[in-house]
Write a protein that binds this ligand. Structure first.
Ligand code: PMV
Length: 309
């Protein structure tokens, strides 16, 4: 039996603007993980993907083309030049919350590719894994920017520009992020689609917002590299305001953002698609427990703290 993992992720800066070609920054979150076991199955069973956390059990040869679990298995086997005619049980478990902007779909796909490759003695580069996972992100999200598969397959902070490329970058001084869940699901496909309709009706309103969000991502990368948390906090606050202006925040997200700042966070913003899902706050060893408490009092259903390094 082989076991493989992949972390979750959060977007630090530039969500939505990244879909329109501006830079964004994302970081892996290793406190949450997708885990996949691959083991030989019963003769004649074919390839079965069992994902109890997702309430799914998929027989790959019978599954619809757009089923992402079956799709990533097919893509990985084709890339390994292996037949689909195998008897294999692939078991997926995950502690990454679903539909919260933490890359659960991309992490599950990444862990499946890693487990299949290990089981079949094949080596894939991180880039190949990222490319394979991107193809299933299309099934989950419609028009993904590609940031999730990149940060999760490489497991490093990533500076990303759609269709141009990405760079892994250094963290000058490790810092702590509190990640708080509104408890409300968020469909990336819906939020991205809604913003797209509003953008197409009035591009002149949104272009400057995207421009500024992109400029913030550039400044933020420098602040991370130089280890300047105060600057980073300011930029998070400004990016949150832009996301509000884009119409992708919500009362619940705004309430958590305000609570985190009142608790002493250096900055706070929604993270990911918005309307629900998670927000992030920049905290220190001194402020983390107070911010955690304030977030829970303001309605957060779940708070984790991760070190970005
Ligand atoms: O909620 P998430 O992590 O799936 O983030 C979506 C980020 C967007 O920029 C809104 C969309 C994308 O594909 O990058």
């Amino acid at each position: 039996m082989t076991i493989a993992h992949a972390p979750g992720k959060v977007i630090l800066f530039g969500e939505h603007a990244v879909v329109y070609g501006r830079p964004a920054i994302a970081v892996p979150v290793s406190e949450v993980q997708a885990q996949v076991h691959a083991e030989p199955g019963e003769p004649g069973q074919g390839i079965v993907v069992d994902a109890p956390d997702l309430g799914q059990r998929v027989v790959v040869c019978d599954a619809a083309e757009e089923n992402p679990l079956a799709a990533i298995v097919r893509l990985a086997l084709v890339a390994m030049k292996r037949s689909l005619n195998l008897d294999l049980t692939v078991t997926v478990t995950s502690t990454i919350p679903i539909a919260r902007g933490m890359g659960s779909g991309a992490a599950i796909s990444t862990a499946i590719v890693r487990a299949l490759a290990a089981h079949l003695n094949h080596w894939f580069s991180s880039r190949t894994i990222s490319d394979l996972v991107y193809q299933t992100e299309v099934l989950y999200h419609g028009t993904p920017s590609g940031i999730d598969n990149t940060v999760i397959a490489f497991e490093k902070p990533v500076y990303f520009v759609k269709e141009e490329g990405w760079e892994v970058f250094w963290v000058g001084r490790p810092f702590l992020l509190a990640i708080a869940d509104t408890g409300i699901g968020s469909s990336t496909r819906e939020v991205v689609g809604d913003l797209r309709r509003r953008y197409e009706a009035d591009p002149a309103r949104y272009e400057p917002l995207f421009d500024r969000a992109g400029a913030i991502a550039v400044e933020a990368r420098t602040a991370v590299e130089q280890g300047r948390p105060e600057a980073l906090g300011q930029l998070m606050n400004e990016n949150h305001q832009l996301l509000c202006d884009m119409g992708v925040s919500s009362q619940e997200l705004d309430r958590l953002v305000i609570a985190a700042r009142e608790g002493g966070a250096l900055g706070a913003k929604l993270s990911g698609a918005g309307w629900g899902g998670n927000m992030i706050a920049l905290v220190t060893e001194e402020t983390r427990s107070r911010v955690d408490l304030m977030l829970r009092l303001a309605g957060a259903t779940h708070v984790i703290v991760t070190e970005v390094k």
